[in-house]
Design a protein. Structure first.
Length: 214
C-alpha cells in the first residue's frame, strides 16, 4: 500500500550558521553545539549518534550507538569487537558519525578512521558501567544468529553464577574505538530549504573551512 508523505513539512527557523560565528577548530565548534543541545530540552540522549560502516558484504550499514567521550584526538564509543560493526571496521576502518538534534534543527556529520583504544581505557570504562551492562557484554554474542530469547536468559544465569561475589572482568572481545576525524560538516536548518552547511577538512595539522550549497 502506497502512503503519501509529501505533506510532511517543517520550516527551519531556529538559528543560522555563518563562518564568522563559527570556531576555527571543528572540535571547538562541536563542543559548542553539543553543550547548547544539552542545555535545551527536547533530546533524551544528546550523545546518540548514527555510525556508518562498510560491511563485509560491500553494503553500507547504519546503526545508532552512544558517544562516550571526545577530545582533540577523536570520538570514542564501545562495542563488541566480534559484532558486525567490529568485523566491518577490522576490514575497513573508514567510518562516518552523524548527530541529529531536531530541537535545535542541527546535524553534524563526521568522517574519519576508527582504531581500537588501549586496553586500559576499555577496562576502565567497562568497570564504570552498571553490573547488568557488564554481564550483558558476556551474555550476548552480538550480531550472531541465536535460536530464541531463552538462549540469552540461560547465558545470563550462567554468567551471574560464574561472576557472583567478584568483579566482572572485561571480555577480551569487548572494548572501545576512537574515531579520528578527517572532516566535519555542520548543518543548520534554515527557511526555504536554504540551509547553512560548513565543511571543515583536515589539512595537515590545521583545518580548512568552506561553505557548501544546501
Amino acid at each position: 500500500m502506497a502512503e503519501d508523505l509529501s505533506d510532511y513539512r517543517k520550516s527551519y527557523e531556529y538559528s543560522e550558521l555563518t563562518r564568522e560565528q563559527s570556531e576555527s577548530n571543528p572540535f571547538d565548534q562541536f563542543k559548542k553545539w553539543f553543550e547548547e543541545v544539552e542545555q535545551r530540552e527536547g533530546v533524551d540522549e544528546v550523545n546518540a549518534m548514527t555510525i556508518s560502516t562498510i560491511g563485509l558484504d560491500g553494503f553500507p550499514k547504519n546503526r545508532v550507538v552512544l558517544l562516550k567521550s571526545y577530545d582533540k584526538d577523536g570520538f570514542i564509543f564501545y562495542t563488541n569487537y566480534d559484532s558486525e560493526k567490529g568485523r566491518a571496521l577490522a576490514a575497513n576502518p573508514n567510518i562516518c558519525l552523524s548527530f541529529f538534534w531536531p530541537n535545535l534543527e542541527r546535524q553534524v556529520i563526521i568522517k574519519g578512521t576508527a582504531t581500537r583504544v588501549n586496553e586500559e581505557t576499555s577496562t576502565q570504562y567497562f568497570h564504570s558501567r552498571p553490573k547488568g551492562s557488564q554481564l550483558g557484554a558476556w551474555v550476548s554474542p552480538q550480531s550472531a544468529i541465536i535460536p530464541n530469547r531463552t538462549f540469552l536468559e540461560e547465558r545470563q544465569e550462567k554468567y551471574e553464577e560464574e561472576f557472583k561475589n567478584q568483579e566482572i572482568p572485561r571480555p577480551p572481545h569487548w572494548g572501545g574505538y576512537r574515531v579520528a576525524p578527517q572532516s566535519f560538516e555542520f548543518w543548520q536548518g534554515r527557511p526555504n530549504r536554504l540551509h547553512d552547511r560548513l565543511l571543515y577538512t583536515r589539512r595537515d595539522s590545521d583545518w580548512d573551512c568552506n561553505r557548501l550549497a544546501p
